[in-house]
Design a protein around this ligand. Structure first.
Ligand SMILES: *Cc1c(COP(=O)(O)O)cnc(C)c1O
Length: 226
């Protein structure tokens, strides 16, 4: 199966899951995660109509945005764990950062503003019991959101999470929904829920996800990086 048929098969499944959940498929944004694949694949996706791309490593994000600078209607989502010393490079390349999980990273992204632009950010929630995984603990999400709201060059858009491996995605996404509701009560415009990957996007859609981050179901298996 080629890229085009994988993309349309996924979009069909997204539409089916949305209808099943009583939702309008048009309110769901499908981000194609292209990590480890070459920039040429992103260009192919763009020619098929893809306008939202995701990367989880700063170096790859910077390289691809440079290689594809002519595609000026392509929006880039940074979805990986970020070191504060990469904030300038991330901010230069990303239209949205989904993985803000601590005050210091929010501060660094704010300080990285090079003009009067506003960067869309999401607070990443850790749905596991392992503090080593990315994301802020759910009970600290409101405090982090308040901190983001205090930084004028950042626009809080909502929450992001990855479902734990050892839990049903539906129950994990239900907890995310609760955190999302809390943050939306602080900032009504922060209504994005970034959740759902190749293995669990249907469950994410029924839990209210607005932004799906789908990689391998569309791109095919990732090239081996050793
Ligand atoms: C790689 C990645 C995805 C996409 O994963 P697939 O299982 O290939 O769809 C989504 N979110 C994050 C944070 C990722 O790193």
């Amino acid at each position: 199966m080629g890229l085009q048929s994988r993309l349309s098969a996924v979009d069909q499944k997204i539409a089916d899951a949305a209808r099943l959940a009583g939702r309008d498929p048009g309110e769901i944004t499908r981000i194609v995660v292209t990590k480890f694949h070459p920039a040429s694949l992103v260009r192919d996706l763009h020619s098929l109509g893809v306008r939202e791309a995701g990367e989880n490593r700063q170096q790859e994000l910077s390289a691809k945005t440079a290689a594809l600078a002519d595609l000026d209607d392509l929006r880039w989502h940074f979805i990986g764990q970020a070191q504060t010393n990469k904030a300038v490079a991330i901010r230069r390349s990303a239209d949205a950062v989904h993985s803000v999980d601590r005050d210091r990273l929010a501060d660094a992204l704010h300080r990285a503003a090079e003009d009067d632009s506003i960067l869309d950010v999401l607070v990443q929630i850790n749905l596991t019991d392992d503090p080593g995984r990315g994301g802020v603990a759910p009970e600290r999400a409101d405090a982090l959101a308040e901190h983001v709201l205090s930084l004028p060059s950042l626009r809080l858009r909502g929450v992001m999470a990855v479902a734990p491996l050892d839990e049903e995605p539906a129950s994990a996404f239900a907890r995310l929904r609760t955190v999302a509701d809390g943050i939306r009560s602080l900032e009504p415009a922060a209504d994005w829920i970034s959740a759902g990957m190749t293995g669990d996007f249907a469950e994410a859609i029924s839990a209210g996800a607005t932004h799906l981050r789908i990689g391998s179901a569309i791109t095919g298996p990732r090239p081996d990086r050793g």
